[in-house]
Design a protein around this ligand. Structure first.
Ligand code: PEP
Ligand code: CO
Length: 448
């Protein structure tokens, strides 16, 4: 912990980057009070189970798949969209399990991922200066002055949407939707549905053979709970601190504080100042933590953050999520891996190949190239191979919908197509087919 004086509100003594300018303090206090009285969204015991699974990742015995929206939306919220996002993650996980030969820990960017850090506090649209859109937990993306005013009632709406999302996820993941044979069938459909997909026929056939082998050994695939149900954890960026504080509760079993808004919380690249409010807040909660590290990070900085966030060197506590940009990985990551390893921090190493590879298309759309995303993962694997460390996972932005937001990949989306189905309210996401394509590519890398 940062200091002996940590409380859920001790972050208030520090400078907090990326906070909205709430116009009405009393309304904010009211929302926080309301949230503080509402039930927790997740249980401390579940967060501990995730931390134990992440400890397996840090030891090289499991792989982390963290994936979901850049920013969840209050408007595009339906059972179908939750189901389709889960379906893609399950499909990816089966392919990755095969590729890595170890269990894949599934963590969604979901059921709470409603707040965004922004590079500028304001933007100018049609000559009008507007406050930046900060995610539906804060304001609306509509381009007018009133829509952009931060509204604390949105904190409460975010909680309720998270609760119903989680409820559905829990039903899907235990109610048969995650059945391994079914997920494998979806993957076979993907492989058969295009010439590009056929490239993966061999991997799909090998998975098929493994399933038939198990059945032949007398394992009833439909009755085996571990093949029929999955554990799906939630995560989001701990950005809007009054919300996170309000959902922080003392676990009755251990007496420890847990932020019960999600199983895992991460600190973003823009809010990871060692003396800042976000680091102070997460240092005291006992959930497993993520920390984004960008191309400007130095080994010294990362070590200072490890000391603050994982002073006891607990396996599974801290996941370092590098997001360097494909071209920067080989230059920046090795010295960080070396310093963290030498100091003995048992971190999970994960790769976010999205955020360092964003650029503006000629048409002014934020986009990312599938090939850059894949290249960042390849470079990340290569650094870890050289260092003798385990490349523990990937962190991606995706949707189950057939959007056209990232370029290339299966279906080869080109710049002119970005306008067709560009529905993200923040960063460009991989669509379902690009996501599964990526999983097969990563499986190939893992097996190489
Ligand atoms: C994000 O994960 O959506 C994000 C904003 O990432 P980063 O902090 O790495 O820029
Ligand atoms: Co993003």
């Amino acid at each position: 912990m940062t200091s002996g004086n940590w409380t859920p509100s001790s972050w208030r003594e520090r400078a907090a980057a990326q906070q909205p300018r709430w116009p009405d303090e009393a309304a904010l206090d009211g929302a926080v009070k309301e949230l503080s009285a509402l039930p927790p969204l997740v249980f401390a015991g579940e967060a501990r189970r995730l931390q134990a699974s992440l400890a397996e990742v840090s030891a090289g015995r499991a792989f982390l798949l963290q994936a979901g929206d850049c920013a969840e939306s209050f408007l595009e919220f339906s059972a179908d969209s939750i189901r389709d996002k889960l379906k893609v993650v399950l499909q990816m996980a089966v392919v990755l399990t095969y590729g890595a030969g170890v269990p894949v820990i599934k963590v969604g960017r979901i059921a709470g991922q409603f707040a965004k850090p922004r590079s500028a506090d304001t933007e100018t649209v049609a000559e009008v200066e507007l406050e930046s859109f900060r995610g539906h937990m804060v304001n609306s993306e509509a381009a007018n002055v009133t829509a952009r005013v931060p509204d604390p009632a949105r904190l409460v709406s975010a909680y309720h949407q998270s609760a119903s999302t989680l409820n559905l996820l829990r039903a899907f993941t235990t109610g048969g939707f995650a059945d391994l044979s079914q997920v494998h069938q979806w993957n076979q459909q993907f492989v058969r549905s295009s010439t590009e997909g056929r490239r993966y026929e061999q991997i799909a056939a090998e998975i098929d053979r493994a399933l038939r082998f198990m059945a032949a050994c007398g394992i009833d695939l439909s009755a085996e709970t571990s093949l029929h149900q999955v554990e799906y954890f939630t995560s989001h960026e701990a950005l809007i601190l009054p919300y996170e504080e309000a959902l922080t509760r003392t676990d009755s079993l251990t007496g420890d504080p847990y932020d019960c808004s999600a199983h895992m919380l991460w600190v973003g690249e823009r809010t990871r100042q060692p003396d800042g409010a976000h680091v102070e807040f997460v240092s005291g909660i006992r959930n497993p933590l993520g920390l984004k590290i960008g191309p400007g990070a130095t080994a010294q900085e990362v070590l200072a953050l490890c000391r603050l966030l994982d002073p006891e060197k607990t396996p599974g506590r801290l996941t370092l999520i590098s997001r360097m940009g494909a071209a920067n990985v080989a230059r920046v990551l090795p010295s960080i891996i070396d310093a963290v390893g030498t100091a003995g921090y048992p971190v999970v190493w994960a790769c976010d190949p999205m955020h360092g590879n964003t650029f503006l298309s000629d048409g002014g759309r934020k986009t990312r190239r599938f090939d850059d995303i894949l290249e960042e993962i390849r470079a990340f694997f290569e650094c870890h191979r050289r260092a003798g460390t385990w490349p523990g996972g990937v962190h991606v932005e995706l949707t189950g919908d057939d959007v056209t937001e990232c370029l290339g990949g299966i279906g080869d989306i080109v710049e002119d197509q970005l306008e067709e189905r560009y529905t993200t309210i923040c960063d460009p996401r991989l669509n379902a087919r690009q996501s599964i394509d990526l999983a097969f590519r990563v499986a190939e890398l893992l097996r190489a």
